[in-house]
Write a protein that binds this ligand. Structure first.
Ligand SMILES: [Zn+2]
Length: 427
């Protein structure tokens, strides 16, 4: 993209700063809480109708039959495409419309979109409606100023990212919306901080370990077999063998924060014996079942077979060594690690744009958790995907979540410059 055009695009974004703020506020006012998936349709239509009025070709795709989809809570996605008359690559910006529940502790209305001291507050301000709004203004400004740019620009607003993306990017990727030749480069404006370019994420494996026992009267536990004591043996083995082994494994992935640069395991929840009750008095029984949910996050250097194998190995060893030990292992969910090439066009052009707008080189990072990049990589078979957006990572999912308006304007400029150089092949 030539320097004169770059300057015009940047000036146009600057002049639309107030509009960018208002667009973000309008998006926040849709309470798109997931679960259950409230207000998805009006939010998707709001984005779609805005872009249709600006000449985009707009599609609405309902992910019928995916988890949570119903007539009351339809999983509606919007994809808008603007193709130039000259052929060229396609740059796609993907933002998720859904937000997590508000939780306690807010000092402002979570959907009031209050503006105060250069910030916009609200659920989704940071994660990630400001990012989507910044992408929309970036793309619109690029189109308004760069009439002779080749290729195509796309914007999608997708749902269910917070619950795995099955009704959103996963569904669309399976139907070719995130594959070549339709799309060449993807930027996801997730909140990873305005001066960082996120090239991927660690892997995930969720599983439920159940230990089995035998019920008996609690006054005579020797007549039963306590499933909770068996689970204790499992956790004790994790402490003694698995946690130290994981702590020794470090990754070359630039994961932030630093603590996530090794393998981790969270014991997500545990329950044994009679159902949990708030009131009344429990009856005396030896628990015949105990269930533990584990959340294992792994590195690109580890294989998923190894990750599963070491848990199974511990359980099998206990089955051999510990009298009465029986277990069931139920796999719940898995995601392989994903990492884009930091020297690929989309990472390089975004980094160059950060340097230009903020005057410093960005940090390349990987996310400790996952986001929709996994589906674009695995299903869409597109490695050319990064996350870059204005939100502050640590504020995501917190009460009084906010976005800094200046960061949002800067991110919008970065996205416009990056997309412009990708379209013109100057990245
Ligand atoms: Zn997000």
């Amino acid at each position: 993209m030539n320097p004169a055009l770059q300057d015009r695009v940047l000036r146009r974004i600057e002049s639309r700063a107030d509009e960018l703020v208002e667009l973000t506020r309008e998006l926040i006012r849709f309470p798109t809480v997931n679960p259950p998936g409230d207000a998805y349709e009006p939010c998707a239509r709001f984005v779609g109708e805005r872009l249709r009025a600006r000449g985009f070709e707009v599609s609405y795709v309902r992910a019928e039959g995916t988890p949570g989809d119903s007539d009351r809570w339809p999983r509606i996605n919007v994809i808008a495409r603007h193709a130039a008359s000259r052929p060229g690559p396609c740059v796609h910006f993907n933002g998720h419309l859904d937000v997590v529940t508000t939780g306690e502790g807010w000092s402002v209305g979570p959907f009031a979109a209050v503006v105060r001291e250069g910030r916009i507050y609200g659920r989704g301000a940071c994660d990630m409606k400001a990012g989507l709004a910044a992408a929309i203004v970036a793309v619109e400004s690029l189109i308004e100023e760069g009439a002779d740019l080749p290729g195509a620009l796309e914007i999608s607003g997708t749902v269910d990212e917070e619950s795995g993306g099955y009704g959103g990017v996963h569904y669309l990727a399976e139907r070719g919306w995130f594959s070549r030749p339709r799309v060449d480069h993807v930027i996801i404006p997730e909140p990873l901080n305005v001066d960082r370019v996120c090239i991927g994420h660690r892997g995930v494996w969720w599983a439920e370990v159940q230990t089995h026992g035998r019920i008996a009267h609690g006054s005579m536990p020797f007549l039963g077999d306590c499933a909770i004591r068996h689970m204790h043996a499992v956790i004790e083995r994790f402490e003694r063998e698995l946690f130290p082994a994981m702590a020794r494994r470090h990754t070359a992935m630039p994961v932030v924060p630093q603590g996530a640069r090794q393998s981790t395991l969270n014991l997500n929840s545990i329950h044994g014996g009679a159902a949990e009750q708030e009131q009344g008095f429990p009856s005396p029984c030896v628990p015949d079942s105990c269930r533990l949910i584990i959340d294992r996050r792994f590195l690109i250097e580890e294989s998923i077979e190894q990750v599963k194998g070491e848990v199974r190995g511990i359980l099998d060893a206990l089955a051999r060594e510990r009298p009465g030990f029986r277990y069931t292992l139920r796999e719940l969910f898995e995601v392989l690690p994903s990492m884009a090439d930091p020297n690929g066009p989309v990472a390089r052009s975004t980094a160059a744009a950060v340097q230009r707008i903020l005057g410093r080189a960005p940090q390349f990072v990987c996310s400790p958790g996952t986001y929709d990049q996994k589906h674009i990589d695995r299903i869409g078979r597109l490695k050319e995907c990064i996350a870059y957006g204005p939100g502050i990572l640590d504020l995501a999912h917190q009460p009084d979540e906010y976005v800094v308006i200046d960061d949002m304007i800067a991110a919008s400029k970065v996205m416009a410059l990056s997309a412009g150089s990708l379209l013109t092949g100057s990245a």
